[in-house]
Design a protein around this ligand. Structure first.
Ligand SMILES: *Cc1c(COP(=O)(O)O)cnc(C)c1O
Length: 488
């Protein structure tokens, strides 16, 4: 050993000048508050000009420019070029708006940088609290399992992993190839594609999702489901789960969840509900009955970033049998073992309840949003959105150039511009062109889907900023675009 003291230069990422950082932080908050406050005065979507796009291909910086200069670049080349989903006239796909309070909560979570994997620490306790609030809202026991995840897709996947392992106990160790009969699962033709994705990922294969026909209201036909299960059993397949959708992505249809629960019980199979956005209905006394039967589910997947208006990304899956959930994900790893005291002694080990080990403090923005507003406010906002959908539908029905293309169950409205004597293909081309012009026009953003071969304009209202006049404008803009195209 030497006792020569050498001078070493050691670095950190902390700022040299904390006061400058504080001033920069205040500027950032000011700018973002202004951005959200004035969002409705801006265009909805603004495509980026070429000189901005070029910066998105800049090489990896070797030397830093400093926080202030990096922030200037953010303001110029990033902030203005989202899809516009915070805007009161954005209703595309099922895209959430977030909220100003949720924005600040994101700052808190980033500032704490809590690691919500396990341990006796606030982040796991708060996530547990948020999950039991949700279990209570949906009528599941308070001690149900659950875990927060990034998305409804991940929530469906997580629920179906638990379903597979519960129904096919050999699969976890030996793979689904070790199970004697091929497993199949059931959902309606309107089921979200994330379920097909999940079936592939969990080794059942995408063709294992049996797509059951729907009725005129786009709800799963229960007698057809019964027939499919019987026929599959007959040929040696192994039905393991039925999936109900509370709010389909295409039209907002809600399957008869009580009837599906009865079918699942009768056959001794898992009942999973995809309530990605339909979960919001649970906050309303008036609308909650539409998802009656959800309390009978074995697992429920849902998003916070859709109809709870929480900023991206935030979703959860609840699992009635927490033990089943643990069996799918718990591992004996020496470096993750529990102890009698200290950090590893308490809290909830979320790394044993889902795929992720490292996980952020995603529950904080839900917790702060619920605390700020109270759940009754969400009930009113969800009702407001459903009433707006009814209002839009009435405008469409009254207009001679517009046609409603699916029944309005909750907050999704589909319609198209029609011209007498036009062929099906001409109408599809016309409505596709209208949609693109609407996006480019910057006034309104709907999305689209295809229903029985018809290209339709689709509005999904999970937007707390929309007011009725916004839907008047949507109808005007759509008709104006259609008229302009047909007049040539
Ligand atoms: C949006 C949606 C999903 C997927 O959720 P993500 O959070 O986008 O991954 C699943 N099912 C339905 C019915 C949806 O609307």
């Amino acid at each position: 050993m030497t006792d020569v003291v050498t001078a070493v230069t050691e670095e950190s990422l902390d700022p040299g000048d904390w006061e400058a950082l504080r001033r920069l932080g205040h500027r950032m908050v000011d700018d973002l508050v202004q951005f959200q406050r004035t969002i409705g005065d801006q265009r909805v979507w603004t495509p980026a000009p070429p000189e901005v796009r070029r910066t998105w291909e800049d090489a990896l910086p070797q030397d830093g420019v400093g926080a202030a200069a990096a922030y200037d670049q953010f303001r110029e080349t990033i902030l203005p070029y989202g899809i516009g989903n915070l805007h009161p006239r954005f209703w595309g796909w099922v895209t959430g708006t977030g909220s100003p309070g949720g924005m600040l909560a994101g700052l808190m979570a980033g500032g704490m940088n809590a690691h919500a994997a396990f341990g006796d620490q606030v982040a796991t306790h708060i996530e547990r609290q948020v999950l039991s609030w949700c279990a209570g809202l949906l009528g599941l026991p308070a001690d149900s399992g659950g875990v927060m995840v990034t998305s409804g897709s991940m929530a469906n996947l997580t629920g179906l992993i638990v379903a597979r392992d519960h129904m096919l106990p050999q699969a976890l160790e030996d793979g689904v190839r070790a199970t004697p009969r091929p497993a199949v699962i059931y959902a309606s033709q309107q089921v979200h594609s994330s379920v097909d994705k999940a079936a592939g990922i969990i080794g059942l294969g995408r063709t294992a999702v049996r797509k059951i026909p729907v009725d005129a209201d786009y709800r799963i036909r229960i007698p057809e489901l019964q027939r499919a299960i019987a026929a599959d059993r007959e040929v040696g397949l192994n039905p393991i789960a039925v999936i109900g959708t509370a709010g389909t992505v295409n039209t907002g249809a809600i399957d008869d969840l009580g009837a599906l629960a009865a079918v699942a019980r009768q056959h001794g199979i898992w009942f999973h509900v995809d309530a990605a956005f339909g979960v919001g209905l649970a906050t309303s006394a008036r609308l909650g009955r539409l998802i009656a039967g959800i309390e009978l589910a074995d697992s429920i997947a849902f998003d916070f970033h859709k109809w709870f208006y929480v900023p991206y990304d935030a979703a959860a899956v609840l699992v009635r049998d927490r033990g089943a959930q643990r069996r799918s994900f718990a591992f004996n790893a020496s470096y993750l073992a529990h102890l009698e005291r200290g950090i590893p002694a308490g809290g909830t080990a979320f790394n044993e309840l889902g795929v992720d080990l490292s996980r952020g403090f995603r529950s904080l923005k839900v917790w702060m949003t619920f605390k700020e507003h109270g759940i009754e406010k969400f009930g009113r906002l969800v009702e407001q959105n459903v009433d707006q959908a009814g209002y839009l539908a009435s405008l469409v029905e009254r207009h001679p150039r517009l046609e409603l293309t699916s029944p309005v169950a909750i907050n999704v409205v589909t319609f198209r511009y029609v011209v007498d004597g036009a062929s099906a293909e001409q109408l599809n081309d016309l409505n596709r062109e209208i949609l693109m012009r609407l996006h480019e026009g910057g006034q309104v953003v709907p999305s689209f889907t295809v229903l029985e071969g018809r290209f339709v304009i689709r509005i999904a209202i999970v937007n707390h900023r929309s007011v009725r006049a916004d839907f008047d404008l949507l109808v005007e803009a759509t008709v104006a675009a259609g008229d302009a195209i047909t007049r040539g």
